[in-house]
Design a protein around this ligand. Structure first.
Ligand SMILES: *[C@@H]1O[C@H](CO)[C@@H](O)[C@H](O)[C@H]1NC(C)=O
Ligand SMILES: *[C@@H]1O[C@H](CO)[C@@H](O)[C@H](O)[C@H]1NC(C)=O
Ligand SMILES: *[C@@H]1O[C@H](CO)[C@@H](O)[C@H](O)[C@H]1NC(C)=O
Length: 334
């Protein structure tokens, strides 16, 4: 128990952040034969904070943030719901189409679409994107510059012919991605300003499974997710033996991340020269020097580790099972 040290962070000067890029993202996932997973799920995110949820069971588009409930104009929720009911049907057809293109008759399959836009509130620059994936691989994606669909997969070429020759579709899609999307994004940012344009500092702790495992510097509870974390020694960033994790969403609208370092080749007396640095835009760096007494270890407190791992796994399940395939896709894309 003595090994556990909760780290209380001093409140460092918080400055309001200057120019920022805001984003609006939609993820649609259609699946067939995936046990205990709805056959159609839609989520929308503003600045990586979830704003809406819809699935084939509820057949209702629901707000995921309190401030979203304030959007009531022109039957907003009814229209979103109706649109998603139509999309759900289209996804059912899309999965069947994709299956036939790959000569598949049954089995587990997933069709996904990811689209949205980013808006730089200083330069006013807007960039849109739209792409589909099938069974975890790119299927078709829109080249926004030329406004044409391209197919990384032979089986999707027919789809690109069809869409590229549908002038009405190409026009309305371009209009959405370059104009309408950014319009909504600005509206959402306005409604959610007090919650979206805030700064939450994380609590940072050192975790280690056993005395020979890598030491993990774990930061949780921060907002926004434009954060960096790294290990430093003698004022310089360390890369050797360092594994950076992804920034993951917590269920309460904050984020967590961790960066691991393997110190097994470092002499014990050298280890306290290492520091974990957490950087969040507009806030002074949060620096923690590695001290043995600060490390929460599995050996001294098994439960804490299990709780943390379980919490991380839950977060992964809740959101990442919807978007994970896309993150993987984006990473593996050259
Ligand atoms: C939604 O999809 C799941 C998985 O396919 C299915 O079990 C469930 O019955 C569907 N819900 C409705 C209301 O159709
Ligand atoms: C919703 O709007 C009301 C009236 O403008 C405002 O007082 C309230 O704070 C808003 N709620 C949220 C969660 O932003
Ligand atoms: C599907 O079957 C057709 C006809 O047998 C064949 O020409 C085609 O190459 C097959 N496609 C795939 C992806 O196996």
């Amino acid at each position: 128990d003595k090994m556990i040290t909760f780290v209380f962070l001093p409140l460092l000067g918080i400055h309001s952040t200057a120019a920022v890029t805001h984003s609006l993202k939609y993820f649609y996932t259609g699946s067939s034969n995936v046990q205990k997973f709805p056959e159609f799920v839609a989520v929308g995110l503003v600045d990586d904070v979830q704003i809406i949820y819809y699935d084939n069971n509820t057949k209702r588009c629901e707000p995921k943030q309190d401030w979203m409930k304030n959007i009531t104009e022109d039957g907003y929720w009814k229209r979103q719901t109706q649109g998603l009911i139509r999309t759900q049907q289209i996804f059912k057809d899309d999965i069947e189409t994709a299956k036939s293109r790959f000569n598949q008759t049954g089995g587990v399959h997933i069709f996904q679409r990811m689209y949205g836009c980013e808006w730089d509130d200083e330069t006013e620059e807007v960039t849109g994107y739209d792409q589909c994936g099938y069974d975890g691989e790119d299927f078709v994606s829109l080249n926004i510059k030329t406004n044409t669909w391209i197919a990384p997969k032979q089986q999707a070429v027919i789809t690109t012919y069809k869409w590229n020759n549908d002038r009405g579709l190409m026009k309305s899609q371009k209009n959405y991605l370059t104009q309408i999307c950014a319009g909504w994004l600005k509206k959402y940012v306005d409604y959610g300003r007090s919650s979206l344009v805030r700064t939450d500092l994380p609590s940072v702790s050192f975790l280690q499974k056993s005395s020979s495992s890598p030491v993990s510097c774990h930061a949780t509870g921060f907002y926004p997710n434009r954060a960096e974390m790294f290990w430093r020694k003698d004022g310089e960033e360390v890369h050797d033996g360092v594994v950076k994790g992804e920034i993951l969403p917590n269920n309460d609208g904050t984020f967590q991340m961790s960066v691991d370092i393997d110190l097994s080749y470092v002499a014990p007396e050298e280890r306290n020269k290492y520091e974990c640095v957490f950087q969040l835009s507009g806030v002074n760096d949060i620096i923690h020097r590695l001290e043995k007494t600060r490390i929460r270890s599995n050996e001294s407190n098994e439960n804490m580790w299990i709780i943390l791992v379980a919490a991380a796994a839950l977060v992964l399940l809740v959101l990442n099972c919807v978007i994970g395939v896309f993150l993987y896709k984006k990473k593996s894309k050259r």
